[in-house]
Write a protein that binds this ligand. Structure first.
Ligand SMILES: Nc1nc2c(ncn2[C@@H]2O[C@H](COP(=O)(O)OP(=O)(O)OP(=O)(O)O)[C@@H](O)[C@H]2O)c(=O)[nH]1
Ligand SMILES: [Mg+2]
Length: 289
């Protein structure tokens, strides 16, 4: 579990199912956490206990551990406030999420220069340390605030609220939020955004949606970046796209190359469509995570 954010808690009952799985085996194995470490064993463990029936061995793979945390509940309250702020100013807010280095900042740099929404645009940058990304964005002329999360692995709604005081965005503007590079924790934290964009890149392997389904499930659109590198890496684009749709209901899955400007027109079209919706048409999303 991530101690900073309580990211293993699931909404509703604040509990999480942990599955212990052995590679290549179809059934979840009887890896039963008990107090005595000597008893943490799989079903092929050499010694037998009288109470170890086969049924016992194959049906206890799922363990529920209750975690008492209210981190996510507090975040949701702040996210609702942010969303009200955005709707009050008729803003469009887009949260960019990905693993580290997938190309979020590069995509933003291109977007801020090439996409012409005709309204003011702002950026909030999230990283554990450094203002590298904020300095890159500032070069485009767009007003930007960097949030450094220290040991934190995600942005949360109160952080966004603080940054908004600095930005003071204009009525009718667009705000891009680049989240901390991490395919896990940011999935849990609603920032009050109207759209979440998940970016994966061809160098990460096509199985990322299957390994990190919550992030893909909570996103509205998926971009598959660095397609210029396809000749040099083993990456099956058809498989990747099918995996994205297997775990999520994204509106679209767009292959792009941010550095070579390939496919970006589809991304800009999607952004323009989002902008064309008035705030009341944009579904108020309270993330059910
Ligand atoms: N070949 C190729 N490289 C890219 C592309 N997009 C980004 N990169 C490179 O990937 C590296 C990481 O890009 P960033 O834009 O900094 O990635 P990021 O997701 O913002 O990274 P973090 O903020 O650290 O999570 C840089 O060296 C970029 O030049 C692309 O489309 N093709
Ligand atoms: Mg970045």
């Amino acid at each position: 579990m991530c101690a900073t954010c309580g990211c293993s808690a699931q909404d509703g009952n604040n509990s999480v199912t942990i599955r212990l799985v052995k590679p290549g085996l179809q059934h979840f194995q009887n890896l039963k956490p008990v107090q005595n470490e000597d008893h943490l064993h799989a079903d092929e463990h050499p010694h037998k206990h009288p109470d170890h029936t086969n049924q016992h061995q194959h049906n206890e793979g799922n363990k529920k551990i209750s975690l008492e945390i209210d981190v996510l509940a507090q975040n949701k309250l702040a996210a609702v406030r942010n969303r009200g702020f955005f709707e009050g100013r008729n803003m469009k807010v887009i949260n960019l999420v990905s693993s580290p280095g997938s190309g979020k900042t590069t995509l933003l740099e291109k977007t801020l220069v090439q996409w012409k929404p005709g309204v003011p645009v702002y950026v909030i940058e999230g990283d554990q340390q450094t203002d590298n990304d904020a300095r890159r964005i500032a070069k485009t002329g767009v007003k930007v605030v960097q949030i450094n999360t220290g040991t934190g692995c995600h942005l949360d709604a109160p952080m966004i609220s603080n940054a908004l005081h600095e930005l003071n965005p204009e009525f009718g503007s667009v705000l891009f939020i680049e989240n901390v590079g991490n395919l896990v924790c940011p999935a849990m934290f609603d920032l009050g955004e109207q759209a979440r964009v998940v970016i994966m890149s061809v160098t990460e392997g096509e199985d990322k949606p299957l390994k990190y389904p919550h992030m893909f499930h909570s996103s509205d659109i998926c971009l598959i970046n660095k397609t210029d590198l396809l000749p040099y890496v083993d990456f099956d684009m058809d498989k990747a796209i099918s995996y994205v749709y297997r775990v999520s209901h994204v509106q679209d899955c767009l292959p792009v190359s941010a550095t070579k400007n390939t496919g970006l027109e589809n991304w800009y079209r999607w952004l323009s469509n989002l902008l064309a919706q008035n705030s009341s048409q944009v579904t108020a999303k309270v993330q059910a995570l």
